[in-house]
Design a protein around this ligand. Structure first.
Ligand SMILES: CC(=O)[C@@H](O)[C@H](O)COP(=O)(O)O
Ligand SMILES: NCC(=O)COP(=O)(O)O
Length: 255
């Protein structure tokens, strides 16, 4: 099955918030992304509202014609918003005020009971529930225990750039280890009946190899698409990402 592309429009809002203008509007970007072939729109309503605003989520819930995936921290405020807005999908993510971007996956294994109660508290939204976790065996098993439908693996470590390493060889070894962790976790998730997804830091280049993993059904990608859209336009940027996914898809091994 060809994977679904979820286009994250957070950083369209980042540009708007940088000047406090009304443009560019992530709602416009979502419309163009859907027209270009996105299977869902993803937004992260951060507690500090640094990019996406409540107004964006409310409008997207009314205008998105594919699926709306609301990323949020597991807090009482967010549970109230999700149960009121009723997105198609909710992804629970960890959040730190001082971080530049989401640094890692959600801690599920160390607080299974608490997470199960929180997941139950957002069931009235009717949304599919996804947990944004590190690609580890224990977090994947715990996600199944708390009743998640989907697990999105944080691919940030796999995406670490060459410049962050002392040598090309060390970067290659690191990338290989991280790829294998994602592959193993995806197979485990699939065997447990969870829908495996992936996202964070993915680019037009590094996504190609991940897309060779047949179990991963969904990708949520934002920063790279918004960055390319500045140069080639939003519609072309989405289409080019679908082409990268296709490159991985056609080079899958037939087993
Ligand atoms: C959870 C996650 O990965 C995203 O929401 C995404 O990276 C964009 O949001 P931030 O850049 O604010 O982390
Ligand atoms: N959950 C990951 C996501 O939605 C997009 O992350 P990024 O591509 O902006 O790093």
């Amino acid at each position: 099955m060809f994977p679904r592309l979820g286009v994250n429009v957070d950083h369209v809002a980042t540009i708007r918030q940088a000047r406090g203008t009304r443009y560019p509007d992530p709602v416009d970007a979502a419309y163009i992304a859907e027209r270009a072939g996105a299977a869902q729109i993803t937004v992260h309503l951060r507690e500090d509202r640094r990019h996406i605003q409540d107004r964006d989520v409310e409008l997207l819930a009314k205008t998105v014609t594919t699926k709306l995936n609301l990323e949020m921290a597991a807090t009482p405020e967010m549970a109230e918003i999700a149960n009121r807005i009723r997105p198609h999908m909710i992804t629970l993510v960890p959040e730190k005020r001082e971080e530049k971007t989401t640094e890692g996956g959600l801690e599920v294994a160390g607080r299974v009971g608490w997470m199960r109660d929180y997941v139950d508290s957002i069931r009235p939204s009717g949304a599919q529930i996804s947990l944004f976790i590190d690609p580890s065996v224990e977090q994947t098993q715990a996600s199944e225990e708390v009743g998640a439908d989907i697990v999105e693996f944080h691919t940030g470590d796999y995406c670490a750039e060459l410049v962050a390493f002392p040598s090309y060889e060390e970067w290659k070894v690191h990338t290989e280890i991280e790829f294998e962790r994602i592959e193993r976790a995806a197979k485990l998730a699939y065997s447990l009946g969870l829908i495996p997804a992936a996202g964070h830091g993915l680019t037009y280049e590094n996504v190609v190899r991940v897309a060779t993993i047949p179990e991963i059904e969904e990708y949520n990608i934002g920063h790279a698409i918004v960055a390319r859209a500045v140069i080639v336009g939003f519609e072309n940027a989405v289409k080019q990402m679908l082409e990268s996914l296709r490159q991985g898809f056609i080079s899958r091994k037939i087993e």
